[in-house]
Design a protein around this ligand. Structure first.
Ligand SMILES: Cc1cc2nc3c(=O)[nH]c(=O)nc-3n(C[C@H](O)[C@H](O)[C@H](O)COP(=O)(O)OP(=O)(O)OC[C@H]3O[C@@H](n4cnc5c(N)ncnc54)[C@H](O)[C@@H]3O)c2cc1C
Length: 489
């Protein structure tokens, strides 16, 4: 008997993990990537490479990052993020909608999967820049997000692609899968169009890992609803729902939050799709330390409801809902040192004012008088008796406002002030294909479709309404590895 052949559709994180896992089982693996090689890597390439992983203590992290130095260990409080906390976060932010079985697999397999990725050449480092602040000489991590890939998203794509090449996996670029070859017996291959030529590629198993439908304007308006056609796409232009459509055509069951997505505050004048030169720096994630106002000069969300990485993924939608689909993030001198690097790029829509009055005049599209009245009211509501601490949910709130701020509320009174204009940037869609615990795609009778597997963004059922930062890559890796392992035997 010849070797089992596995075709993987896509060449992002989920796909490459699936390909490597299938290869480990001895299968012959071909990866089809729609993008030309210079644009390879899908959304994965646009990320900073942050990966959420369960760990009981620093020893678990040392298994992932054996090159942590004595000095780093001595000056850092890595805390812990046990599986129970990860699972609680998945349940809490999805309003208890997440599929319990898939969420448990994601959490329980997170650490072993990252260890496996290390064996496949991926290097991890602590996320000092974004997830820890220095308090009394010690870096302290918060929000359960401690590990990122060295070299970020590009580093992740490069290391996985290089390992794939070394292990004899063929990656075809400019190769768009257009449909599945299937009959009542299941899936037997794919139709692929490469460089203008269409052909059939037969396979014993197909793993779909070709992303969500966020780059498809028509599907966004159709499934996410009115106005979503106006959102900017944060990442690749290639994730237009192809894999989802192909699977539905073969009888797959859709599941999850089809009207929901991950969407953030994103530079107002960013291009339609992501720009690899800028990566994720169009995002503007330091709003917990300032305020966000709309065209009416009013705040509209609790900027300090939780740590940034538990609110950022749902606030893009709130910005889209505002008149004109924009907001201004406003900061005063006291907190400017806390602003993330992404505020210091040149592609920002930024205004400054020595006084609030000067700033108000410059906030394009905003009712200046209403803004000034609103800030006055906000300043008077801040609980200045509670100390400010960016590392914990400090309970420094406002009191008595229509929209209170729960943590990190500071008065806006020390100029010069800075303000940044944002709109909604969509990251990925939540609805997708139904899989079982072996990453087999289920049909509408809830039976596995023989020969068909899925992993990554196009899997539905994990995320609803919101998302704990750094889970997308981990989900792609965990289910990619499972899909490849099952498909490869
Ligand atoms: C700016 C930005 C920052 C992010 N930061 C983080 C982060 O720090 N941590 C985190 O966990 N997540 C982050 N995410 C989310 C993360 O990118 C995704 O969850 C993850 O990369 C999805 O991986 P994937 O393999 O499913 O999809 P992708 O990496 O998007 O791969 C899908 C691939 O399929 C290809 N494809 C599409 N259609 C076809 C077809 N018909 N035939 C062949 N190939 C096809 C695409 O070209 C693409 O290469 C971020 C996303 C963005 C946009």
């Amino acid at each position: 008997m010849g070797r089992r052949t596995v075709v993987v559709v896509g060449a992002g994180n989920a796909a490459l993990c699936a390909a490597l896992a299938a290869r480990e089982q001895g299968a012959e693996v071909v990866v089809l990537e729609r993008a030309p090689e210079p644009a390879r890597g899908g959304n994965t390439r646009f990320t900073a490479g942050a990966m959420r992983v369960a760990y009981d203590g620093v020893e678990d992290l040392q298994e992932l990052m054996p090159d942590l130095t004595e000095a780093e260990l001595a000056t850092t409080d890595f805390g812990h993020y046990p599986a129970g906390d990860f699972l609680d976060d998945m349940a809490r932010v999805t309003q208890y909608r997440t599929d319990p079985e898939l969420a448990s697999i994601l959490v329980d397999e997170s650490h072993s999967t990252l260890k496996w990725m290390r064996e496949k050449g991926v290097r991890f480092v602590p996320i000092y820049g974004r997830q820890a602040f220095k308090v009394e000489g010690k870096f302290t991590f918060w929000g359960g997000l401690t590990v990122e890939v060295s070299g970020g998203g590009p580093g992740l794509v490069d290391s996985l692609s290089e390992t794939a090449r070394r292990e004899g996996i063929e990656i075809l670029y400019n190769a768009r899968a257009t449909s599945l070859v299937h009959d009542e017996g299941g899936v037997h291959g794919v139709t692929v169009r490469q460089d203008g030529v269409t052909r059939e590629l037969s396979a014993d198993a197909v793993v779909l890992a070709s992303g969500g439908f966020q780059a498809n304007t028509e599907w966004r308006a159709r499934y996410l609803g009115p106005m979503w056609d106006l959102a900017k796409v944060r990442g690749t232009s290639y994730n237009t729902g192809d894999g989802i459509q192909m699977a539905l055509d073969a009888g797959a069951s859709p599941v999850g939050n089809w009207s929901g997505c991950h969407a953030v505050g994103w530079e107002m004048n960013a291009p339609e799709f992501g720009d690899l030169k800028v990566g994720d720096h169009f995002q503007k994630h330091s709003y917990p330390f300032g305020i966000m106002v709309n065209a009416n000069g009013e705040r509209f969300v609790d900027e300090g409801a939780d740590f940034r990485n538990y609110t950022y993924a749902k606030y893009g939608r709130r910005i889209l809902e505002q008149p004109g689909n924009f907001a201004w993030q406003v900061f005063d001198q006291k907190v400017l040192h806390l602003l993330r690097d992404e505020y210091r790029i040149k592609e920002v829509t930024k205004v400054t004012g020595r006084t609030l009055e000067e700033l108000a005049r410059k906030l394009d599209g905003v009712d200046a008088e209403a803004f000034l009245a609103h800030v006055k009211e906000y300043n008077e509501a801040v609980r200045t008796d509670v100390p400010f601490n960016p590392n914990v949910k400090d309970g420094r709130s406002t009191e008595g406002l229509g929209v209170d701020k729960t943590n990190w509320a500071n008065t806006l009174d020390e100029g010069p002030f800075e303000a940044y204009a944002v709109t909604c940037g969509i990251t990925f869609t939540f609805g997708g294909l139904r899989i079982d615990s072996s990453a087999r795609v289920l049909d509408t009778d809830m039976e596995p479709i023989p020969g068909l597997f899925a992993a990554g963004e196009l899997v539905g059922g994990l995320f609803y309404f919101n998302y704990p930062g750094g889970t997308g890559l981990t989900s792609g890796s965990v289910f990619g590895r499972i899909a490849g392992t099952t498909a490869g035997v």
